[in-house]
Design a protein around this ligand. Structure first.
Ligand SMILES: [Zn+2]
Length: 141
């Protein structure tokens, strides 16, 4: 009797911990999914580079390649509408899982849910074209 009771208690305990484990996992996974979808929105994405065509600045211009925040444009720089995304914000952009982008620039044509992704060459910017893309705010600036 004593032995079987012990076994039963043991079974109950392990079943309970299994349940707790699965409930815990469920909560964990669903909260991760929730967090990963928070602040994610579809944006129109275009691309630009530092060239004269894109930025209307001649290479001899002292502001050539310099963003609205005073930083030199480099991979990860995006131009935004600062009423939608604050400058200094960190973003994730669909299709570029290894890059955290930075809202560092603005542009007269960048309005609303529109981001302009900086590329090192005009050719790459052209290749990017215009896309509908999911943008997630990692940190607001
Ligand atoms: Zn260009």
């Amino acid at each position: 009797m004593k032995i079987s009771k012990k076994v039963e208690v043991g079974l109950l305990c392990s079943r309970k911990s299994v349940t707790v484990f699965f409930v815990g996992m469920f909560i964990f996974i669903s909260s991760m999914l929730f967090i990963s979808n928070v602040n994610a929105e579809v944006f129109k994405a275009t691309a630009y580079c530092s060239c004269e065509k894109c930025c209307d600045k001649d290479p001899s211009d002292k502001w050539y390649g310099i963003t609205a925040t005073g930083k030199r444009a480099r991979w990860g720089t995006v131009a935004v509408d600062r009423r939608v995304i604050r400058l200094g914000s960190k973003l994730r952009i669909e299709g570029f899982p290894n890059t955290i982008f930075r809202a560092e620039d603005v542009g007269s044509a960048i309005k609303g849910n529109h981001i302009d992704v900086w590329f090192p060459s005009h050719r790459e910017a052209l290749k990017f074209g215009v896309q509908k893309i999911v943008v997630q705010r990692v940190r607001n600036g």
